[in-house]
Write a protein that binds this ligand. Structure first.
Ligand code: SF4
Length: 203
């Protein structure tokens, strides 16, 4: 696992649980509104030693309920399942944040019961993926992930960042149409500071 960030505690990122967050390195999207630009390249210089992560989790066992695995895109990490297994073995619940581009990875994690909550971002209507994620390569995978997660029986939510200058009200309607009935969809505020695209930083 390439982890380059650790937030020791959050009360808001894992619904109903007090959790820590790890941020994995590397992402296959280039969302112009991304505020985690330093995490996007597979850069081995800023990595946190995995032993340090497990030592931290061991020390916080009585204080925390869960671990959020965010990124970057965690599903790009080849040893994600093993990492989830060890975290769960320590007694933590695991929440996965994903952009939905790797449904095979999500399917495998679900099959092994290695995640307790999944938050998937639906960043754009499917015909506008290129504009909002920098790539249109993953439309089938995103469709598959939405369906898979909605039917998984695991706690989940779909999320969209309200990038007002880039998403119209019609786009928001089209995104809502992608969310299966019975699934929760949360629209999050856009934070312009540190956005990947300089033109968005002053909005
Ligand atoms: S916001 Fe987009 S580019 Fe940034 S980490 Fe998430 S999926 Fe990757």
């Amino acid at each position: 696992m390439k982890i380059s960030g650790l937030q020791p505690v959050t009360a808001s990122d894992f619904p109903g649980r007090l959790a820590a967050i790890v941020f994995t390195q590397g992402c296959n999207f280039r969302c112009p509104f991304c505020h985690n630009g330093s995490l996007l390249a597979m850069d081995s210089e800023s990595l946190i030693d995995l032993d340090a992560i497990f030592t931290f989790l061991h020390k916080r066992k009585k204080l925390l309920d869960g671990l959020v695995i965010s990124g970057g895109e965690p599903c790009l990490q080849p040893d994600l399942a093993r990492f989830c297994y060890h975290v769960k073995e320590m007694g933590y619940e695991v929440k996965l944040d994903t952009n939905g581009s790797r449904p095979k990875v999500v399917r495998a994690l679900l099959a092994e019961k290695l995640v307790d909550f999944i938050a998937m971002d639906i960043k754009a209507p499917l015909h506008r993926l290129e504009d909002l994620t920098g790539t249109s390569l993953y439309e089938p995978q995103i469709r598959e992930s939405i369906s898979l997660i909605a039917k998984s029986g695991v706690e989940h939510m779909f999320r969209t960042t309200d990038v007002t200058p880039l998403l119209s009200s019609q786009d928001h309607e089209n995104i809502k149409d992608l969310v299966p009935q019975g699934s929760c969809h949360v629209v999050q505020p856009f934070v312009p500071e540190n956005a990947l695209a300089p033109s968005l930083r002053t909005m």
